[in-house]
Design a protein around this ligand. Structure first.
Ligand code: AP5
Length: 207
């Protein structure tokens, strides 16, 4: 049966970095709600127009919009191994996901928690740069982009917005740790080490 893995963790914990590598090396499809939303904002779709204000303020986009967006995506990925990167982010989203997976005949295999301190998150996010052509994620110090790659900084990576995103994470998303721990499918990974070590840990877990 196709695998479904959730990547859970604070903004900047390294979910996207690990999801990209796992996709490249093991053929998983990365379903990043943040990337899908940013593409919608860029293309000025109805969803993008509704989501923009929330994203710029570091707030969560309303559950209803996210749940129907993810349902559309998952319907296209029947039979594929997927990583849900940045979804669910509220208990309501987690409950909706459970129903959706049942409807689609998919199991939920692992919930990986990327464990890292708020201080480290702020260092990572403020140094993050992105190649807009490929979506590849870099860091000015930890993983500098090649000289011929022109990178940009994300709008919501300014320090004030990052603080808000962290607050939102602790109040609205962190309760999912307990939620999935009780279901016995949460695995914690120390995400404060270098990206290769984090990847090794990840591979140990998912095999
Ligand atoms: P989203 O795009 O999902 O942002 P996020 O969860 O805040 O996560 P990030 O992309 O900031 O971090 P990451 O963990 O992927 O870290 P990365 O690998 O890039 O969401 C954006 C917005 O969209 C939300 O604020 C919300 O408004 C909305 N949204 C999205 N999903 C939603 C949902 N489900 N419900 C409602 N609203 C939703 O790494 C960060 C940096 O660190 C990089 O520079 C990287 O190179 C570096 N790095 C990574 N790993 C390491 C390491 N081990 N050591 C050193 N540096 C590292």
């Amino acid at each position: 049966m196709a695998k479904t893995i959730i990547f859970l963790g604070a903004p900047g914990a390294g979910k996207g970095t690990q999801a990209q590598r796992l996709s490249e090396e093991k053929g998983f499809i990365q379903v990043s709600t943040g990337d899908i939303l940013r593409a919608n904002v860029k293309n000025k779709t109805e969803l993008g127009k509704k989501a923009k204000e929330y994203m710029e303020a570091g707030q969560l986009v309303p559950d209803e919009l996210i749940i129907s967006m993810i349902e559309n995506e998952l319907r296209k990925l029947e039979g594929k191994d997927i990583i849900l990167d940045g979804f669910p982010r509220t208990v309501k989203q987690a409950e909706a996901l459970e129903d959706l997976l049942k409807k689609l005949g998919r199991s939920l295999d692992y919930v990986i928690l990327f464990d890292v301190s708020d201080e480290e998150v702020i260092k990572r996010i403020t140094g993050r740069r992105i190649d807009p052509k490929t979506g590849k994620v870099y860091h000015v110090i930890y993983n500098p982009p090649p000289a011929d790659v022109e990178v940009i900084q994300r709008e919501d990576d300014k320090k004030e917005v990052v603080k808000k995103r962290l607050e939102v994470y602790h109040s609205q998303t962190a309760p999912l740790i307990d939620y999935y721990e009780k279901k016995g499918i949460l695995v914690r990974i120390d995400a404060s080490t270098d990206p290769n070590k984090v990847y090794e840990e990840l591979i140990k877990v998912i095999g």
